[in-house]
Design a protein around this ligand. Structure first.
Ligand code: ATP
Ligand code: MG
Length: 883
């Protein structure tokens, strides 16, 4: 079977068993503070397991793109070194939400593996949870019994809490699990060593392929377990591992999932795969990493310097580093792999082919900039080695290479070994730990358990229609960040919009109806399905009726900016083309920011055209058309564009301003009609990353204020020019005059310098064969003295020249001596100027033929010049005597 057929067979099998097949969620997670990337198929169903959302279908199956490169699941260091852990992989999964449980999950998994995929039963082992007395958990007898009905008992192994008890996090749903492992070793080996002993022992040929999780408990903050009211099944099978087992390969990289890419790399590198362990690892790293990089970018996460963006940047750098070091790719190469991948995933994850050019561009740009860093890093490394003889690379330096230049530590070790050096690994680990705990301390949040005041799962958001309502607290909890306490409240009914879709959360106030006590709401955010309100205090009476009031002025400004963002998006598509895709947006009361894919700078004319379109739409005063409950497919069919990297529900909200102009899927709040926006003004256009531009704009009263400020500047200019009729003409006249005058001044100065030179030359007197002059001159600045001094040196032979100046109120001396006098007589202008400068209480220096000094006492200048004369007299006499 090909990998495509294997995937299709999985989905068809579960579809036959009554499962709804759903699309993969994006791999980048936006609204969960605890998780950056999707790391398991169940992530998108988390709210259902937590009881915060209703399941749309009781049975669901899919293939989910997962990334395990950070946090609790981090396989990055293994990837490429081993042959069965990937950064990005597909997790095939089937779910039951309060529907079937262990029996069906177990029987079906066996049926699929042995009857559809025809795996050899002799090579399969399963594990079940052995129990944990400390947690008061019994052995999973149920699972044991269902398994023993289908397979021999000696193939059922007991597993401990680490391997066979699954938990979502420190708190939340959890339960025992049952894993399926495959022994892929050759028969001869299987006869000598019993496969049972190799399960869960990190043997590269005895691997876990499927995990069946039975969620039946909820872990509380105090560590205790509460049974879940509805029990669920959550399974995950590694697609690439399954393909390898079915295709009978010894490595995931030998399957048709990876081979085309490996072959391409091998050909371009001119090294065959299998030739050598090191080049093989490099090829595996590249073939693997490009998948993680491409899909995260396609799902809307650009490489950057923090959080999810940084994780991606590091993965990309790891791949480049391997390519550079072991396969000698000195030029960007990884981006060439993107089209191959896009083709491979057509019909599976179309996000990639739809944005191929964009993804390629981003990867290329990252490669280019990292290769530049890499060259500098290698240079730093060489210098370090060159300057030391310790033969041991300091941990701090290894960390610097790792942190600043993206050198994985194993590669620093390798470079070191090549030179006969070692790395202080302990020091490196210390530096790494220190950094980790710094960032942990910076972001540590201590979250308390929810205190439930009233059981109710339906929270009513009324904020599309109302900005005030009566409500009460359903539950609350305390959170502390860096020692500051705050509370989070969930209300029965709320007009507060929770941050989402780029729009900031509402702020406002809660007023206790009876007493008038006020609580400030400082922010509103979504967490899973909940709307969470942030407040510094709790009300005295927790069960009181409250009046919730949104800060209206702020909300209105925000709405103006949000609706303007939709108009801007549509105008951009009209002016620049349909390739424009939203890549991010931020809307608050102050301004709007919109990032979009486009490959060139947006020109002044284009910006003007865009502003004109948006302002025309504002003046048309188009009423808002808001459809709250449209089936997703119907919206897409009607031509509404869904954004890449967004996870939409089955039913969506569609915001339209003019059916022919702007239709978007959007959960945000908007103006009633576009006229409310008032006026739209772009204030900045810039680049955010390769192929991504950013427009910042303002609307309403802020735009008005901006225009008045501009007008004010112009009026001030006009006033300065005595209110001319034609302002631009008058100003350009001033500018012209100014440049004319500047030239005039330059010419005058040059002329004066020339005449000064001639005047001075005429004053030169011969003193015993030396042409001598010591003069006070009047020039505007030090440059002029220098120019004049050099000019005279070139004009008069055998010259000994001393110029005295007073610039500002500071006296200065310049000594110039012809080159022949320097060499024949050993005179040194530097020494002489220091001697003379004593008269003006100063010091200086320079070269033997030219030196300057500054001083404090201008009254000493005449004495200094006289001293110069004596110097020549004395020193020429000596020479005469010698002759
Ligand atoms: P392992 O112990 O092999 O790392 P796991 O216990 O981390 O696996 P689960 O969290 O149970 O795995 O994930 C379910 C399935 O996903 C696994 O049975 C495996 O087939 C697959 N899987 C897990 N991690 C990876 C990975 N990094 N690359 C490819 N497949 C993976
Ligand atoms: Mg793992």
């Amino acid at each position: 079977m090909t990998s495509r057929e294997i995937r299709e067979a999985f989905l068809a099998f579960f579809n036959d068993k009554g499962h709804q097949i759903v699309p993969s969620a994006p791999v980048v997670i936006k609204n969960d503070p605890t998780l950056m990337f999707t790391n398991a198929g169940m992530n998108q169903f988390k709210d259902i397991f937590l009881g915060e959302a209703q399941a749309l279908y009781p049975r669901v199956a899919d293939t989910q793109r997962c990334l395990r490169v950070s946090g609790k699941h981090n396989d990055l260091e293994e990837v490429g070194i081993d042959t069965y852990h990937h950064t990005l992989f597909e997790m095939l999964g089937n779910w039951s939400f309060g529907d079937y449980f262990k029996k069906e999950a177990i029987t079906w998994s066996w049926e699929l593996l042995t009857e559809v995929y025809k795996l050899d039963k002799d090579r399969l082992y399963v594990t079940i949870f052995e129990g944990d007395p400390a947690d008061g958990l019994p052995k999973d007898e149920e699972a044991y019994n269902f398994w023993s009905a289908i397979i021999a008992e000696d193939r059922i192994l007991l597993g401990n809490k680490k391997d066979n008890f699954w938990e979502m996090g420190d708190i939340g749903p959890c339960g025992p699990c049952s894993e399926i492992h495959v022994d892929c070793r050759p028969d001869a080996e299987r006869q000598t060593v019993d496969g049972r002993t190799l399960v869960n022992a990190d043997h590269p040929q005895v691997i876990e392929i499927w995990n069946l999780v039975f969620m039946q408990f909820n872990r509380q903050k105090d560590g205790s377990l509460k049974p879940l009211p509805a029990k669920h099944v959550d399974t995950g099978m590694g697609f690439e591992r399954l393909v390898r087992v079915i295709q009978g390969k010894a490595s995931n990289y030998d399957t048709d999932v990876f081979r085309p890419i490996i072959n391409y790399i091998a050909e371009r590198a001119g090294v065959s795969y299998g030739a050598n362990e090191q080049t093989d690892i490099a090829m595996r790293v590249m073939a693997d990493h490009i998948r993680a990089i491409s899909f995260t970018i396609a799902d809307g996460q650009l490489p950057s310097n923090n959080k999810a963006g940084y994780v991606i940047r590091r993965i990309l750098r790891r791949a480049v580093r391997y390519a550079y070091t072991f396969l000698h790719f000195k030029e960007p190469f990884l981006h060439e792999l993107v089209p191959l991948l896009a083709k491979q995933f057509e019909g599976v994850f179309d996000e990639l082919s739809a944005q191929q050019e964009f993804v390629q561009k981003v990867v290329l740009e990252e490669e280019q900039s990292f290769l530049r860093t890499l060259v500098t890093g290698v240079q730093r490394f060489e210098n370090y080695i060159g300057n030391g003889d310790a033969k041991m690379i300091d941990g701090g330096f290894a960390f610097e290479l790792y942190d600043t230049y993206g050198f994985p530590i194993d590669l620093t070790g390798l470079l070191a070994r090549e030179k006969g050096w070692t790395v202080d690994m302990q020091g490196f680990q210390q530096a790494l730990e220190a950094q980790k705990s710094r960032s942990r301390a910076a972001t540590a949040v201590d979250t308390g358990d929810w205190v439930v005041l009233r059981e109710e799962d339906q929270v009513d958001f009324v904020g599309y229609d109302q900005l005030t309502c009566h409500t009460e607290i359903l539950k609350y909890r305390k959170i502390s960040t860096k020692g500051v306490d705050q509370y989070q409240l969930v209300l029965a009914k709320t007009p507060f919009y929770a941050e989402g879709g780029g729009q900031m959360g509402d702020t406002g106030v809660l007023i206790v109806a009876d007493t008038g006590e006020q609580l400030a709401i400082t922010d509103t955010k979504k967490e899973h399905g909940l709307i969470v309100h942030f407040t510094p205090h709790l009300p005295t009476d927790l069960s009181a009726t409250l009046v919730a009031k949104v800060d209206v002025a702020k909300r209105r400004e925000t709405e103006g900016n949000h609706s303007a963002t939709h108009l801007l998006h549509a105008a951009l598509k009209q002016v620049l083309g349909t390739h424009v895709n939203q890549k991010g947006s931020l809307v608050n009361a102050e301004y709007l920011r919109f990032d979009f894919s486009h490959f060139a700078k947006v020109s002044e004319e284009e910006l003007l055209q865009i502003e004109r379109i948006v302002n025309a739409k504002i003046r048309e005063n188009i009423p808002l058309k808001e459809e709250r409950d449209v089936p997703f497919q119907q919206a897409v069919d009607a031509g509404v564009t869904a954004l890449f990297g967004e996870k939409y529900g089955d039913r969506v909200r569609v915001i339209t301003f003019d059916d022919q102009f702007s239709k978007e899927l959007c959960g945000g709040t908007h103006v009633r009609a576009t006229g409310q926006i008032g006026f739209f003004k772009i204030v900045a256009e810039s680049a955010v990353a390769a192929g991504v531009r950013r427009i910042e704009a303002i609307t309403g009263s802020r735009a008005e204020q901006f225009i008045y400020e501009q007008i004010d500047i112009v009026s001030k200019f006009k006033e300065l020019l005595n209110n001319p009729k034609d302002f631009v003409k008058a100003l350009s006249k001033v500018v012209d005059e100014n440049s004319h005058l500047k030239k005039e001044i330059e010419r005058t100065v040059a002329e004066r310098a020339l005449s000064l030179k001639q005047d001075l030359a005429a004053k030169v007197v011969p003193v015993n064969g030396v042409n001598f002059l010591a003069e006070k001159i009047d020039v505007p600045n030090a440059d002029a003295v220098k120019t004049l001094a050099y000019a005279l040196k070139g004009y008069v032979d055998n010259l000994f020249l001393v110029l005295g100046t007073v610039i500002g109120d500071k006296p200065g001396l310049t000594v110039v001596i012809s080159d022949n006098l320097v060499s024949d007589r050993g005179w040194n202008a530097g020494v002489i100027v220091r001697e003379l400068a004593r008269e003006i209480q100063g010091g200086g220096g320079g070269q033997p033929f030219y030196a300057t000094a500054g001083g404090k006492d201008a009254s000493g200048l005449d004495r200094a010049l006289a001293k110069a004369k004596s110097y020549v007299d004395d020193h020429t006499k000596v020479i005469k005597d010698d002759e």
